[in-house]
Each structure stands twice: as structure tokens, then as C-alpha cells.
Design a protein around this ligand. Structure first.
Ligand code: NAP
Length: 242
């Protein structure tokens, strides 16, 4: 399993419960990751070649790509490698937030650069919830804005003096987000989907605050997708009885 998400941890627990031998792979980005049950390996594979060697060497019989919707590179690599080595691949990807009633009023953008430019024109005090790895794209367009930046781990870039850093990890309640967002005037987020961080969108709706949302690139072509853990369990059971 390619992991790093709450769904991946839930799936690992369900697979172990089912008696399936599962190894969860983590990229190693987070300093103190929440670990799933079952075996865990940490660190990149070394691109397509490394993933190919790993799948063959470890005798992997199936891959579930349960990585975050914005972890695009590893998903592309898995989609290239699995068919080439004859290992079945399934993508577990939570639904995005586009179906929410207020989504049509959001400012949808294609990437973080666009998000930064659009946010710069919408407010003075953006609340940036785009993850540590994308922050560099916001520095220049928002250098003079009073950004509130929320990340899990310390960013590895120097933030402008006018920005305020908040380190925390969800899930977040509505009440928590009301307090955190009290001074913000525009919310910037990726279309991560799920429930853990959805409260910020509800607070933005309550306050009629503009919301800038980075669209997903979408999974690589030809990869079968399911939306929940039960569907993965059914797929794995189907492979086991063959
Ligand atoms: P990415 O851009 O798709 O991946 C960059 C490189 O990191 C990959 O080429 C791969 O290195 C390595 N990698 C990524 N996921 C891996 C995994 N599960 N196991 C082993 N190696 C992995 O991914 P990212 O956006 O940096 O995200 C890294 C991890 O954090 C993902 O596993 C994802 O589930 C989790 N995460 C990401 C986000 C997000 O917003 N991007 C949010 C929450 C959690 P090699 O090419 O060397 O194999």
C-alpha cells in the first residue's frame, strides 16, 4: 500500500484484520507520522526503476495507491510500473469537495501559482492551508500580505516577516476553525476532500469569505478508482480467491 493518509491507515487496519499481509509505504516527509498497523517501510523508492525493483524484490502481489489526491508523482509512477511488472493496481481516492453546495462560488484554480495570484487580489489576510511543500509558490505574490500559514511540520523555506506560522495537524472542529480564522479574509486550500479539514470551508461559508481552491490533476489514465475502504477490501478478497 502506498500510504500517508487516514484512509490508508484505516485500510491497513482492515486488511490486517482480514489476515492479509500488508506493507504500508510512507514517503518520510512528516517528522512524526501517524503509523498504520502492519508492516511499514519509509522513504522514496528511487523513481520508476526503484519502484519496479521493490515490487519484484518484495514479491508484492497487489498495490493499493491510497496516497493523498495531491501526491501526483507517486501515483503516476505506480500507474506506469504496476502494469509493466504485472501487479494489479487499485487507486483509493476520497471524493473532492466540488459537490458541496457552495463550491460553485469558489475561485477554482489549476495550480498553486494561480492560487497565489488570485488570493493576492481577494484579501489582505489570507489563510493558507496548502501544505508545507507548496508554500514557496506563495511567497512572492503574497510577500506583503498578512498571511496565516497552517502546516504540520516546520517549513524549510524562510517565510516573509508579515506571515504568521501555525503548526498543527487536523482533524479540526468548527469551533476551532472559527477561532483560527477570526482575522482571515480569504481561505486558500487544495481540493483535498474528506472530513478532517472540511470545517474551514464551513466557516468560510458562514462568513461569506472568498475561497480559492486548487483543482486536482486527477488520477493517471487507465487506473481503476474506488472511493472507500470497503471497496478496496472487496477488491483484495477478489484477488485472493482467484
Ligand atoms: P509526490 O509528489 O507524489 O511524490 C514525490 C516522491 O516522494 C515520489 O516520487 C516518491 O519518491 C516519494 N513518495 C511519495 N509517496 C510515497 C509513498 N507513499 N511511499 C514511498 N515513497 C513515496 O508526493 P508528495 O505530495 O510529496 O506526498 C508525499 C506523501 O505524503 C504521500 O505518500 C502522500 O500520501 C502524503 N501526503 C501528501 C499530501 C499532499 O498534499 N501532497 C498531503 C497529505 C499526505 P520516489 O520517486 O523516490 O519513489
Amino acid at each position: 500500500m502506498l500510504g500517508g493518509t487516514g484512509e490508508a491507515r484505516a485500510l491497513a487496519a482492515a486488511l490486517v484484520e482480514d489476515g492479509v499481509e500488508v506493507v504500508t509505504s510512507l514517503a518520510g516527509r512528516v517528522v512524526r507520522p501517524r503509523l498504520p498497523v502492519g508492516q511499514v517501510r519509509v522513504g522514496g523508492f528511487g523513481g520508476i526503476e526503484g519502484l519496479t525493483a521493490y515490487l519484484k524484490g518484495a514479491g508484492v502481489s497487489a498495490v493499493v495507491d491510497a496516497t493523498h489526491p495531491f501526491a501526483e508523482r507517486i501515483s503516476v509512477n505506480a500507474a506506469a510500473v504496476c502494469p509493466a511488472v504485472g501487479v494489479p493496481l487499485l487507486r483509493l481516492e476520497r471524493l473532492g469537495w466540488a459537490g458541496r453546495p457552495e463550491a460553485s462560488g469558489w475561485h477554482w484554480v489549476n495550480n498553486h501559482d494561480e492560487a497565489a495570484d488570485v488570493a493576492a487580489g481577494l484579501g489582505e489576510r489570507p489563510f493558507l492551508t496548502v501544505g508545507r511543500q507548496s508554500l514557496d509558490r506563495f511567497v512572492e505574490p503574497l510577500r506583503r500580505h498578512a498571511c496565516l500559514v497552517r502546516v504540520v511540520d516546520e517549513p524549510d523555506i524562510r517565510l516573509p516577516a508579515s506571515w504568521m506560522l501555525l503548526r498543527s495537524r487536523g482533524p479540526y472542529t468548527l469551533e476551532h476553525e472559527r477561532q483560527v480564522m477570526a482575522d482571515a479574509d480569504v481561505l486558500v486550500t487544495k481540493d483535498s476532500g474528506g472530513d478532517h479539514t472540511v470545517a474551514k470551508l464551513e466557516v468560510a461559508a458562514e462568513r461569506v469569505m472568498p475561497v480559492v481552491v486548487v483543482r486536482r490533476a486527477g488520477p493517471p489514465a487507465g487506473v481503476q478508482i474506488v472511493r472507500d475502504v470497503d471497496a478496496v477490501l472487496a477488491w483484495v478478497r477478489g484477488l485472493l480467491v482467484r
